[in-house]
Write a protein that binds this ligand. Structure first.
Ligand SMILES: [Ca+2]
Ligand SMILES: [Ca+2]
Ligand SMILES: [Ca+2]
Length: 150
């Protein structure tokens, strides 16, 4: 019985170590799908056309490419990730993502690779194939990604 109590006490003393205070203060809700869609939806019809998505992707690429060499490195991605989404625990996913998008394998993402990847992403989101991505389609994709990263 004493032994059991010891285990219980010890179990509870591990909790604060496993969840440092920082994890709570930083766990800000990630940006909603709507917040991501709206700035790209330039004609404000609530859907993203392929062109709108490509323009948004290009703008994102320029934002991430802080040293303006027309390539986005893992470090640049990480920096962007930290600034855009500080609460995200998915930071490490970006380098994994880069590897899959990096067609010529130079460890950097150039504008063409990024555009091709964005186009592929667009096609994956556009499940009804009407050449536009609705909020519902984006949310469905977001759900699928969340389930994958779990
Ligand atoms: Ca639109
Ligand atoms: Ca760069
Ligand atoms: Ca669609």
């Amino acid at each position: 019985m004493k032994y059991r109590l010891y285990l219980v006490l010890c179990g509870s003393c591990f909790v604060p170590a496993a969840f440092p205070a920082a994890a709570f203060t930083q766990s800000k809700a990630p940006r909603s799908v709507q917040e991501q869609l709206l700035p790209m939806d330039t004609d404000k019809d609530g859907k993203l056309s392929a062109a709108e998505h490509a323009t948004g992707a290009r703008a994102l690429f320029r934002t991430m490419d802080t040293d303006r060499d027309d390539k986005v490195s893992t470090a640049e991605m990480d920096t962007y990730q930290k600034e855009a989404d500080p609460g995200s625990i998915a930071g490490g996913m970006w380098s994994v993502q880069l590897k899959t998008l990096d067609a010529d394998g130079d460890g950097m993402l150039d504008a063409q690779e990024h555009a091709a990847a964005s186009r592929a992403m667009f096609e994956r989101m556009d499940t009804d194939r009407d050449e536009s991505v609705s909020l519902a389609e984006m949310q469905a994709m977001d759900e699928r990604m969340k389930q994958k990263s779990r």
